[in-house]
Design a protein around this ligand. Structure first.
Ligand code: SIN
Ligand code: MN
Length: 235
């Protein structure tokens, strides 16, 4: 990841508006966003979301759980993070097997059912994919993430265009999706709970970030105030 400040977005991507419909009755929708990028709206049912949220809670609040990474220059990220499979070091931008920028704890594996889940989402977006790492982020109402590229994975993985699979749970996020170049136009998508966003192929290195969290928008069934985001990648 490379952090940069967010810029103004220029285009809001519209999908069918289902915000007045309870989450449990919303329909799945596949929204192509560009070559290699697919937005799977309402992809997880509320029951599926709850099962994943329970696992996220246990990991985020368990031993070797979430922490706020310090980045180069001494600033703090605006999320709590836990990495599974491989640890992403926010100071070196490298992956490692223990959290050397934090508490030296070894990295836990990605739960096998999550690997299957991410593979299924990728397949719906047209990719064959088995992730070996997952970065879990927790955003409170003030959480955000600057515009960046995911480019710290192995060269082969990136050159092959293996996708990033991103699953959103809890409060809605305003997700910014730019181009390959920092100054390219930026689209703005409201990622809701259960939405899954897949970007690989020609879209693998597109800039992206989260400019804000919309508090109070989580499905009531989840009992969450905030947002979990899981991004799956293959190193
Ligand atoms: C990320 O880019 O690592 C996270 C994106 C998100 O939270 O939707
Ligand atoms: Mn990213």
């Amino acid at each position: 990841m490379r952090e940069h400040g967010c810029r103004e977005f220029v285009k809001i991507v519209a999908a069918t508006v289902q915000t007045r419909i309870p989450f449990s009755h919303r329909e799945r929708e596949l929204v192509p966003i560009g070559d290699g990028a697919v937005w799977l709206k309402h992809w997880l049912s509320v029951d599926e979301q709850r099962a994943v949220v329970d696992q996220c809670d246990a990991i985020m609040n368990g031993p070797a759980g979430g922490y706020v990474p310090l980045v180069r220059g001494g600033g703090k990220m605006h999320v709590r993070m836990v990495c599974l499979g491989r640890h992403w070091n926010a100071l070196t931008y490298k992956y490692e097997s223990t959290r050397t920028d934090h508490d030296q704890a070894p990295v836990a594996p990605v739960p096998e059912e999550w690997v299957q889940l991410a593979s299924r989402a990728a397949a719906e977006a047209g990719f064959t994919f088995a992730p070996d790492l997952c970065i879990m982020n927790w955003y409170d109402a003030d959480g955000r993430m600057g515009l960046h590229q995911d480019k710290d994975e192995g060269r082969e993985s990136i050159e092959a265009g293996l996708p990033v699979v991103s699953i959103s749970l809890g409060d809605t996020a305003r997700f910014l999706f730019g181009g390959i170049k920092r100054r390219d136009p930026i689209q703005s998508l409201l990622l809701e709970s259960g939405d899954t966003f897949v970007f690989g192929g020609a879209a693998r290195l597109r800039y992206h970030g989260v400019s804000r969290i919309i508090a109070g928008t989580s499905p009531p069934e989840l009992g969450l105030e905030g947002r979990f985001n899981l991004t799956f990648r293959k190193y």
